[in-house]
Each structure stands twice: as C-alpha cells, then as structure tokens.
Design a protein around this ligand. Structure first.
Ligand code: G3P
Ligand code: MG
Length: 256
C-alpha cells in the first residue's frame, strides 16, 4: 500500500510516464516510471466521443498515434484499436491508448498519479462532465489520497473541489487565464492546494509569496541534472521529468 500523498517531502514525478524512454502516456511509460522508482506519474486526460476519460496529451491523434483527427471525435473502442507506440520506436509497436480507468486500476496501491485534465485545446466544445467522471474513477479505485488533479483550465480545478473537497488539486499556471493574479490569489480563488508552474515562469517573488502563504509548488519539465539540483535546493515540492531515473538519483542524494 501507498503512504498518503500529504506525508511526502518531495515528489519524483514521471512526466507522461518515463517519456524519454517509452512512448508518452502509455502503460509502457507508466510501468517503466514505477520500475525507476518514481513517486508519481503524470498523465493527460480528455474525453472520447462516448464520454470516456482516455489518456492522451494532444487534442489531435496525429503526432503520437497512427490515428488522424481529434481524440474527442472517436469512440473509446475505436481509440483502443490505434497504435500509440510505433511513432516512438518499432519495439513499442502495439502500445495502446489507455483509458484512465485502466491506469488507475494498475496504479492503485503502487504509485501516485497526477491527473491533468485537458480542456484548453478544445475549450467549451467539450463539456460532458469530465471532472465528475475523473472523481468517480478515483473513488472506484481507492486512489483518493494518492492523486493530484490539475488543469490549466481553472474552472475544472474549482469544479473538482466542489464535487470532492478532499481530493488534492494543482493549479497549472497559465499566463492567459491568470490576469496578473499571483499564486496566492490564484490558489485562493480556485481553492487549489498546489501551484504547478513551468520552470521558466516561476520567480523569486512568487516563491516567497507561496512560502509565506504556506503553499507548495511543483515545477515542470526538468530533464537536466543541474536544474534538478537547483529546484530541489529552492524548495520545490515536486519536479516533473521525462527522466524519472535521473531525478530519483538526484533527489535521493539531496534528501538523504
Ligand atoms: O502537468 C505538467 C505538464 O504536463 C503540463 O504541460 O503540455 O506537458 O501537459 P503539458
Ligand atoms: Mg501534462
């Protein structure tokens, strides 16, 4: 069994799984991240045409599968027939686009999960209650204490807290939606627990503000050793990396 997320000092997060070494957002990438002793996997979720949460980053299938067009215009059964590994390497031919349910069932008791809800690419076209469906799956798989649900779409973050206040949420900083509000104001406005920020946007003033406010921040995406060391020293609560093996090594050295 897993210890609750809240008891952790630092999180090694595999960005889309161990995506440097295996096709992103596939079971191969998630299993490898677990083998590399990541604390958490990050994955991207959107709804299929029949309203099932599936794990895929882009709004369109084209780049990371052999499909074409919007993920949201295909049924889950059609998505499951696609190949999501061959674009990465021939050895990964046959990898499938997983459903969120499949990943959470596998992860339960094994590894924590950051579920990133993708909505910004399709905007208001997609409603369909993705937040309710995600929460339902988290509850069904007993993962309530082992997930962070995050989004660049602040309405989604707010909605999660309304449905299930006990689930931890991360606000993904996005310049466009933030209207000059700093982290403290944003976390208050959307009742979010953590501030997720790209490494190029985080700054000293915000770090001080978060510290004072007693809130933690997580940084994406860091693949270089020197930068990993820097962010751990500066007190990041978690780092998203495509190379969870390297981050594990650096973190173990710093935190021991
Ligand atoms: O959740 C952190 C990071 O994954 C956000 O950006 O585009 O990689 O989903 P993206
Ligand atoms: Mg993501």
């Amino acid at each position: 069994t897993l210890e609750p997320l809240i008891d952790k000092n630092f999180l090694v997060i595999a960005h889309r799984g161990a995506s440097k070494y295996a096709p992103e957002n596939t079971m191969a990438a998630f299993k490898l991240a677990h083998k590399m002793k990541a604390d958490m996997i990050e994955l991207d979720v959107q709804l299929s045409k029949d309203g099932m949460p599936v794990v895929f980053h882009d709004a369109k299938l084209d780049r990371h599968s052999n499909g074409k067009g919007l993920v949201s215009s295909f049924l889950i059964d059609e998505l499951h027939q696609l190949d999501a590994g061959n674009w990465f390497s021939i050895e990964h031919k046959g990898e499938k686009i997983p459903s969120l349910e499949q990943v959470l069932k596998w992860a339960s008791g094994k590894i924590m999960v950051n579920i990133e809800i993708k909505k910004e690419s399709v905007g208001d076209l997609v409603e369909g209650g993705v937040e309710e469906k995600v929460i339902e799956l988290v509850q069904k798989t007993g993962m309530e204490k082992n997930v962070i649900i995050s989004s660049f779409d602040y309405r989604a973050i707010e909605r999660i807290k309304t449905i299930e206040p006990k689930v931890l949420t991360g606000l993904l900083y996005h310049k466009k939606s933030s209207s000059k509000r700093g982290p403290e104001k944003l976390l208050r406005d959307y009742r979010a627990d953590y501030f997720h920020c790209s490494r190029s946007e985080m700054n000293k003033k915000w770090r001080a503000q978060l510290n004072e406010f007693g809130k933690r921040y997580l940084i994406y995406t860091v693949n270089k050793k020197k930068q990993m060391e820097k962010w751990i020293e500066m007190g990041a609560y978690g780092i998203f990396s495509d190379k969870p093996d390297l981050l594990r090594e650096v973190a173990d050295q710093y935190l021991s």
